[in-house]
Ligand binder design. Sequence first.
Ligand code: PLP
Length: 474
Amino acid sequence: MSRDATDPTAPARSALNRIPSVERLLGHADAAALGAAYGRSGLVEAVRAVLSQIRTEGGPVPEPAAILARAGERLAEERRPSLRPVFNLTGTVLHTNLGRALLPEAAVDAVAAVMAGASNLEFDLGTGERGERDSHVEALLCRLTGAEAAIVVNNNAGAVFLVLNALAMRREVVVSRGELVEIGGSFRVPEVMARAGCRMREVGTTNRTHLRDFEEGIGPRTGLVMKVHPSNYAIHGFTAQPEERDLHELCRARGVPLALDLGSGSLIDMAAYGLPPEPTVRAALAHADLVTFSGDKLLGAVQCGIVAGRADLLAKIRRSPLKRALRVDKMTYAALEATLRLYLHPERLRQDLPTLRLLTRTAPEIAAQAQRLRPAVAACLAGRAEVAVVGCTSQIGSGALPVETLPSAGLALTRPDGPGGRRGAGGWCKRVAGALRLLPVPVIGRIAEDALRLDLRTLEDEAGFLASLERLAI
Ligand SMILES: *Cc1c(COP(=O)(O)O)cnc(C)c1O
């Protein structure tokens, strides 16, 4: 075909002709480093993708170095992990969406130690026979809670499901109407019971349930009586629940086990650390046959669910095929064991357990940190945001101690005063929040009162935070 000057596609075609070939680009000096970093085939794929973009975009063809730079950006973007660290400055210490508890250093080391090689996960080094994976933590859990036996599964939702299914399938589970709660979206007590194959027998009312309600509710078809920590809500006013001791006595007299879903389940007395009181597992077990609780809430370890209590009940639960389906990996045991060992040194716990360390920071201490960091943060954002030290309130999170907040402090970012005054501040906050999420280590704050607030209770890596903030583009 002749290249006629009247051919309307001629200019585009001549531009296409100027797009360098993949071969030529790979021969360019800049390609060597990219090839070494990402592999030749990855580079070829990225270069092809960029060339195809350039073709669709039309316009002038960039220089080879610029094309390779775009391929490099593309490769870097692709290789960036999806799951990565962020700065949680939301004020919620145990933030489910941001990974809940931060693992203690000892737990991180323990995980690393068993990850890459073989371990005695289910192997008894004494006898050389097959072992029990729960053995690595059971004795520690019993020592720390007073339980006769303990098992570990994937999470507390799994623990509750397992208990219900193993002890009360096709039987009735008696529960107070005031405890038919929903915890974080997909965990709803009535639905969990139905899925576990149990018939729910509600007793009492939303605000008041008496011992006699349980007395009447327990019958020949009862498999279990269950109490649920309401976690993320509280009923105030004209309320009643039977004394735990009385309910436990009733259950014992009727030969029905009493299970208590604690949710958070602390191993220590939080009040002794100046924190809002939360039932300890040990105290709960004094008036229950078994309890279930999370590994990554107040306990401060890794995601898992723990069932602790009477040995005969635990033996029955252990035989359930669901236990096998809900079992956890060696990494979980390693992290949990190392964290539980920290509890054997109570005097060091406040330093060594990040959850407790962060929860017990005082407002004046955090305010001093905010004062100290303010100039550097303001310098990073010069002309683009005002930065002020503010008082705020943190939450424990994860349904622990729902109505209680902890006094804290942080930095409030506001729009520099423009002609619009406060108008449009909401949009500005959203834009800044979006830009903070794009940082190399994203910073997650909270929008309140026309400001983007960064609660510093949970900020320990100040240098990393400032280094990330320096890249902010707003
Ligand atoms: C948090 C919670 C659960 C669910 O625990 P996960 O570890 O998130 O599965 C169940 N019950 C109660 C009372 C809780 O607070």
